[in-house]
Design a protein around this ligand. Sequence first.
Ligand code: HEC
Ligand code: HEC
Ligand code: HEC
Ligand code: HEC
Ligand code: HEC
Length: 195
Amino acid sequence: MTKAGVGALGVVLLAVLIFLVVSSWSRQPAAAKPSVQPINFPHNTHVQTYKIDCQYCHADARRSEYAGLPSVQRCLGCHKITAADRPEIKKLAEYGAKGEPIPWTRVYKLPEFTYFPHKAHVRFGVACQTCHGAVETMTTVSARTGPTLTNDLLNVAGFRAAPPPLTMGWCIDCHREQNATRQARAPLDCIACHH
Ligand code: HEC
Ligand code: HEC
Ligand code: HEC
Ligand code: HEC
Ligand code: HEC
C-alpha cells in the first residue's frame, strides 16, 4: 500500500472511531443499558444448563403488558437447597428472610409516553430473542447490550449481533414486515403506541 493509502485508511478509521464515541454518548436511554445487579444472576446456567423456560420465571409475558420478574420465593423453591452455600445464594436467602423483594436494576426501558404490551407479541409467536438477543447465553442480561464503546466496536467487527435499539423505527419496521408476511394486525397508528 502507498503512503497516501495508509494515511487515508488512518483518517477513515479515526472518523469511524469518533462517530462511535459520539453516537454512544448521544444515544437516548431507550436503549438497553449496562447495570450492576444486586445478585449476579446467570441466565446461561438456568436456561441452557438447567433448561428452565423463560416463561417459568417471566410468567406474565403471555397475559399482560409486562413480562414480570420471579419472586424471591420462586428462586428459593430451588435455592433453599441448591447451591445454598454460595455467597450469591446467601444474599438471596437474606432477601427471603427479610421478606424483601430483590431490587433488580431495570435493563430494557422505553420512555413513559409509549405503550408496549408483551402479551400481543408473545401470543403471536414473536420469540423473546428477537427483541432481547440471545439471553440464554448471557451471564448478565446487560453484559452484551448497552451503548458502550466496547460493545459498539465488537458489534461493528461482527463478533456479535448488535442488540435492537428499541427505537420507534424498529417497532414500525417490524410491524410493517409482520403485516406483509404473516398477516399480522400490528398497529401503525400513533395512538396504539402513544396513549
Ligand atoms: C417485540 C419485542 C419484544 C418481545 C418479543 C419480548 N420483549 Fe421483553 N421487552 C421489550 C421491550 C420494548 C421492553 C421494555 C418495555 C417498557 O419499558 O415498557 C421489554 C421489557 C422486558 C422485561 C422487563 C420489564 C417487564 O416487562 O417486566 C422483561 C423481564 C422482558 N422484557 C422479558 C421478555 C421475555 C421473557 C420475553 C419472551 C417471553 C419477551 N420479553 C419478549 C420487547 C420485547
Ligand atoms: C428450577 C430451579 C431453579 C430456580 C427456580 C432458580 N435457580 Fe438459580 N440455579 C439453579 C441451579 C441448578 C444452579 C446451578 C448450581 C450449581 O452450579 O451447582 C443455579 C445457579 C444460580 C446462581 C449461581 C450460583 C453460583 O455462585 O455458582 C445464582 C446466583 C442463582 N442461581 C440465582 C437464582 C435466582 C436469583 C433465582 C430466582 C430469580 C434462581 N436462581 C432461580 C436452579 C434454580
Ligand atoms: C430462573 C429464572 C429466569 C429464567 C429461566 C429466565 N430469566 Fe430472565 N431474568 C430473571 C431475573 C431474576 C432477571 C433480573 C436480573 C437480571 O436482569 O439479570 C431477569 C432479567 C431478564 C431481562 C431484563 C429485564 C429488564 O430489566 O429489562 C430480560 C430481557 C430477560 N430476563 C429475558 C429472559 C429470556 C428471553 C429468558 C429465556 C431465554 C429468560 N429471561 C429466562 C430470571 C429468569
Ligand atoms: C419483531 C417484530 C416486532 C417488533 C420489534 C415490535 N412489534 Fe409490536 N407487534 C408485532 C406483531 C406481529 C403484532 C401483532 C400481533 C397480532 O396481529 O395479533 C404487534 C402488535 C403490537 C401492538 C398491538 C397490541 C394489541 O393489543 O393489539 C402494539 C401496541 C405494539 N405491537 C407495540 C409495539 C412497540 C411499542 C414496539 C417497539 C418498542 C413493538 N411493538 C415492536 C411485532 C413486533
Ligand atoms: C409501533 C409503535 C409506535 C407507533 C405506531 C408510533 N410510535 Fe412514536 N414512538 C414509539 C416508541 C417506542 C418511541 C420511543 C423510542 C424512540 O424515541 O425512538 C416513540 C417516540 C416518538 C416520539 C419522540 C421521538 C424522540 O426522538 O424522542 C414522537 C414525537 C413520536 N413517537 C410520535 C409518533 C407519531 C406522530 C406517530 C404516528 C404517525 C407515532 N409516533 C407512531 C413507538 C411508536
